[in-house]
Design a binder for this molecule. Structure first.
Ligand code: ADP
Length: 219
């Protein structure tokens, strides 16, 4: 599902990625761990086509994305990749339901179909009674689950998450982690999760350890 070959990336004189090779299968849940500054977020951004590598190839779902132009790329990204960040980044003026529907609108899905898909996801996450609430009326855990629903609305093959439970308490953290597995089992998505949470790293299918721009081990 995700193939990275010889990925290199520098910011000025700082080489952040030093030739990363990584293959991730469809339906795998992979965690990426390692010290701060190891290059984890940069690698995730490159997998998500939000940043381009200096060298190497990125192939997502059989498409060589590292050669695509930005216009094609943004359509590809919206359809094939869902993102979840540490801070939910929901739009405050819209309801939970509307926030979840936004990527569907961008993809050209009609109102009726987008509403039905968004409600289905919110129900799956136990949030149907929160659909009409705005983000400031939701708890931290609920906001993060709405953000996950938004990431999934276009049925992306790949979901990339950067410290998704970083701002949650233990209970909400565990609930969010369980949700990733429930979603994978229900919809078959591939998840790549950058995390400092050892509990999460222990339960993922594979853990990729990064140190200083390289993969130091995989377990
Ligand atoms: P991690 O996620 O493992 O903490 P990052 O990928 O965020 O590591 O960052 C790796 C290194 O690259 C850090 O030293 C960081 O300061 C640097 N870096 C990341 N993004 C940029 C950028 N846009 N411009 C300059 N330096 C950056």
């Amino acid at each position: 599902m995700i193939q990275l070959e010889g990925i290199t990336k520098s910011f000025g004189n700082l080489q952040v990625l030093r030739g990363i090779d990584l293959n991730i299968d469809k339906g795998e849940i992979v965690s990426i761990v390692g010290p701060s500054g190891a290059g984890k977020t940069t690698l995730l951004q490159i997998m998500g086509t939000l940043d381009a590598p200096d060298g190497g190839m990125v192939i997502i779902d059989g498409t060589l994305v590292s050669r695509m132009k930005e216009k094609e790329l943004s359509a590809f990204r919206n359809k094939h990749i869902g993102f979840v960040f540490q801070f939910h980044q929901l739009l405050p003026e819209f309801t939970a339901l509307e926030n979840v529907m936004i990527p569907a609108f961008i993809a050209g899905v009609g109102q009726k179909e987008a509403t039905a898909s968004a409600m289905e996801l919110l129900e799956f996450m136990g949030l149907s009674d929160r659909a009409e609430h705005k983000p400031n009326e939701l708890s931290g855990g609920e906001k993060q689950r709405v953000a996950v629903a938004r990431a999934l609305i276009n049925h992306p093959a790949v979901v990339l998450a950067d410290e998704p439970s970083g701002s949650l308490d233990t209970h909400n953290k565990e609930e969010l982690h369980q949700l990733f597995f429930d979603l994978r089992n229900r919809f078959g998505q591939t998840f790549v999760i950058v995390t400092h949470d050892e509990g999460l790293a222990q339960i993922t299918d594979r853990t990729v350890h990064m140190v200083d721009g390289e993969i130091s081990k995989e377990m």
